[in-house]
Design a protein around this ligand. Structure first.
Ligand code: NZQ
Ligand code: ZN
Length: 392
């Protein structure tokens, strides 16, 4: 295991109706004037925004609002949010929504205290200070409620990039699984896929002797395999929603990624897809993971065989571990399809003629030098081959 420092200061408030306490948590963390940031309308329609406002009013906290965050959130609204926070004298930002809303909130929080262009943080500058942020989560997926990360798309050139820093970890996150019961099935399934991808991206490591984190990841993957179909069959299953919601947080606050190298090639490859085709991130991952894993499998075939046996119930073929590893990837892909995720890039609108542009932005955009690195290093030819594998 490698040396590590694990810092996860977010207070999690979990369970039925806990969103009604949001005003008290804002107060606890020093907010006096709040920007409520939300998405395209689901939180308004469900009455959640009204509940949040009431709770803030009851706690004597003034507020203003900015809705309209799109999935795969854009830089243009971040600039608007920064201006609004400055003109209104906001001192706390509350995200009410999913990963897109939370990431937009984090970008505003970092940008508002920074003299330069907030996009600098998405080109590699670490975020060291930010306005405090809290969240009321409405979808189990990105794990942004407990992560130090934010992913934003620059509209000019549709460049999707991430930024990081402990300063943007939420002060608190309110997780009521019942709030996710209104999700359209495709978003529930995309969330499940994203959570599993966060686990896999950590599982694919070059660090040896990481039994504890391997076993944690396997446990969370098994949970998703168990709970995923239950929640797809019955969207109102509170207990399945609750297990998925907490798994989503644990998958990405890095408690099961410490002390080990991680991958993230699949996420980088996917981010180009959701930027170009504006598809849900999880749908993009459902077609990305099987292709990437098949392509890189021989780098450490025993690792893929291990997850095949321990998570996907495959029989270990000691004479032919490649066959076991491949069977695990096949079962993972079938699982994603069974919960309603696409199997091919074509289903997301992907076309062979887009591949050169996808590869160029992936390998060169935002200051990259012709390749991406994680579990293995992938150059332009590798990435083109992987995108081609996804087509059918
Ligand atoms: O905008 P509204 O109307 O709210 O609709 C949203 C949106 O259309 C809808 N939705 C959310 N909660 C709902 C609901 N509809 C009905 N009922 C509810 N309770 O779902 C759609 C998707 O929402 P979004 O926030 O985009 O989903 P998600 O949480 O999957 O976030 C995706 C974004 O997070 C980034 C992704 O790249 C993508 O941009 N990621 C962020 C990470 C991080 N910050 O740590 C890590 C991830 O790997 C990921 O890259
Ligand atoms: Zn993700």
């Amino acid at each position: 295991m490698e040396n590590f420092n694990f810092y996860s200061p977010t207070e999690f408030v979990f369970g039925k109706d806990c969103e009604n306490e949001v005003g008290n948590y804002v107060k606890k963390y020093g907010g006096t004037k709040v920007l409520i940031h939300y998405g395209g309308g689901s939180a308004v329609k469900s009455g959640l925004i009204d509940k949040v406002k009431k709770s803030l009013d009851d706690a004597g906290i003034t507020h203003c609002e900015l809705g309209g965050v799109k999935p795969n959130p854009r830089d243009t609204l971040v600039y608007k949010g920064i201006d609004l926070c400055r003109s209104e004298g906001v001192d706390f930002i509350l995200a009410v929504g999913g990963g897109s809303v939370i990431d937009s909130t984090k970008a505003i929080a970092a940008g508002v205290l920074y003299d330069g262009d907030f996009w600098d943080f998405y080109c590699g500058k670490p975020i060291t200070s930010a306005m405090p942020v809290g969240t009321v989560l409405t979808i189990a997926a990105a794990g942004s409620e407990g992560s130090p990360d934010s992913v934003i798309t620059k509209e000019e050139g549709m460049l999707k990039r991430g930024a990081s820093g402990d300063a943007i970890r939420p002060r608190f996150s309110i997780l009521n699984p019942a709030l996710t019961q209104t999700l359209p099935p495709v978003q529930t399934a995309a969330g499940i896929t994203d959570i599993m991808a966060h686990l896999y991206e950590r599982y694919l490591t070059n660090t040896k002797e990481v039994e504890v984190t391997d076993r944690l990841i396997e446990a969370l993957l098994l949970t998703m395999v168990h709970e995923g179909p239950r929640v797809i069959a019955d969207p109102n299953n509170y207990d399945a929603r609750a297990n998925i919601m907490w798994a989503g947080m644990m998958a990405h606050n890095n408690s099961c990624g410490v002390g080990r190298s991680q991958d993230w090639n699949s996420h980088n490859i996917e981010h180009e897809l959701s930027a170009l085709y504006d598809c849900p991130h999880g749908s993009g991952l459902a077609v990305t993971l099987p292709a990437v894993f098949t392509y890189v499998m021989n780098h450490d075939v025993m690792r893929f065989a291990q997850v095949a046996v321990r998570v996907w119930g495959c029989q270990m073929d000691f004479a032919n571990p490649e066959a076991t590893a491949m069977e695990g990837i096949r079962r993972m892909r079938a699982f994603f399809a069974s919960i309603g995720m696409p199997k091919t890039l074509a289903e997301l609108g992907g076309r062979e003629e887009d591949i050169p542009a996808l590869v160029r932005t992936l390998c060169w955009g935002g200051g990259r030098n012709g390749s991406i690195s994680g579990f293995v290093t992938l150059n332009e030819d590798d990435c083109a081959a992987i995108y081609r594998m996804m087509l059918k």
